[in-house]
Design a binder for this molecule. Structure first.
Ligand code: OGA
Ligand code: NI
Length: 352
């Protein structure tokens, strides 16, 4: 299966091959304008080094962002611009390798440390996506392709810094939930947790309105941190309408994932997002999904539950099994999370 980049660069693309035509339902494209829905911005420097008043204000902002949006931009995060720029260039360099070179990483199994490919899961995708990808398990064991030459060094540094930002955010989120600062990092064993790096390449498309970069979906981890080049395309579903995201320069885009929803028993919902493509420019994005160790069994937090008096509404599942469940099916909104919801007819714990 050729990558989309190869297809576009072959120069013989006059119309879109029908297998790339993405089925759309009416009402799919109800949009907010950017002015109608302002995406929250979090100043991380105030969380890590602000006055007590500034800290508590940011913790509150973070709590509101998680509750209301599941999505926010992070500025003043301390990651040097060069580290972010080099990461983007490094990933562009990977996609510029020849098909044969990339083929070396055409992993077959979900847990292969490095997988390069196109669309999402070719064995189950109804329509192929206008997207090539590189997925790497970068923590607790670091992996990297050997080409481009400096990719390994660049990505190792970037991933370490992204973990630091994620941990700080998780501390602020824990406090915002009224828990001890280290609660999520400790209970989810984030320090030895899984970090998956996903680089997405969305080449320009002659008929962008008929294809899809990434269909509506939520991410599996606790938090996803994303950076991109200066081409937009990401949209977030907010109160039933899509909000186009035009990130502030050098910011991280952060969203809550399914495991944040499970851990908080549905208080902080994972956010649905999608990617549309455009006619003119190649978009690249690099996400890191931060979660517990693959063998950790995750269930709704008892500490939160006892205080708020709730019954767990998600079944406990190993993170690895959840990831398998998500990646082996078509990307389809929150259908994966729905499968582990506790239904009335299921066993209800005695004290609920
Ligand atoms: C993802 C994702 C968004 C983007 O990789 O899960 O949602 O902007 N990417 O590419
Ligand atoms: Ni995503």
């Amino acid at each position: 299966m050729p990558c989309v980049k190869g297809l576009v660069e072959s120069g013989c693309l006059t119309s879109i091959p029908s297998k790339y035509v993405f089925p759309r339902k009416s009402g799919d494209d109800s949009m907010f304008s950017e002015a109608e829905a302002i995406i929250p911005t979090i100043d991380l420097s105030l969380l890590t080094g602000g006055t007590p008043y500034q800290r508590s204000k940011v913790i509150q902002d973070l709590a509101n962002a998680c509750l209301d949006w599941g999505f926010f931009m992070v500025v003043n995060h301390g990651v040097p611009k060069k580290v972010m720029d080099d990461m983007v260039s490094g990933c562009l360099g990977f996609f510029d390798l020849t098909e044969e070179e990339k083929q070396e990483y055409a992993g077959k199994q979900l847990f292969d440390p490095i997988r390069s490919g196109t669309s999402f899961n070719l064995t189950v995708d109804d329509a192929f996506l206008w997207r090539d990808y590189l997925k790497i398990h970068v923590h607790p064991n670091f992996h990297a392709p050997t080409k481009p030459a400096d990719f390994s060094e660049i990505s190792e540094e970037y991933c370490r810094k992204a973990r630091e930002v994620a941990s700080e955010l998780l501390k602020g989120i824990s406090e915002g939930l009224g828990l001890e600062e280290s609660y999520i990092v400790k209970t989810m064993e984030v320090d030895k947790g899984s970090q998956l790096l996903v680089a997405n390449l969305y080449p320009p498309c002659p008929q962008p309105e008929v294809v899809m970069g990434l269909p509506p979906h939520s991410d599996h981890g606790l938090l996803t941190l994303l950076i991109q080049n200066d081409v937009s395309g990401l949209q977030v579903l907010h109160r039933g309408k899509w909000v186009p995201v035009n990130p502030l320069p050098n910011s991280f885009l952060v969203n809550t994932g399914d495991h944040m929803e499970i851990l908080t028993n549905g208080k902080y919902k994972s956010v649905v997002h999608r990617v549309v493509v455009n006619e003119k420019a190649t978009r690249i994005s690099i996400g890191t999904a931060h979660g517990p160790p693959l063998d950790a069994i995750v269930s709704p937090s008892l500490e939160l539950g006892h205080r708020e008096g709730y019954c767990p509404t998600y079944h406990a599942l190993k993170y690895r099994e959840y990831m398998e469940l998500q990646q082996s099916r078509r990307l389809d909104g929150k259908s994966c999370l729905d499968r582990i919801k506790v239904h009335q007819s299921d066993h209800i714990p005695q004290d609920c």
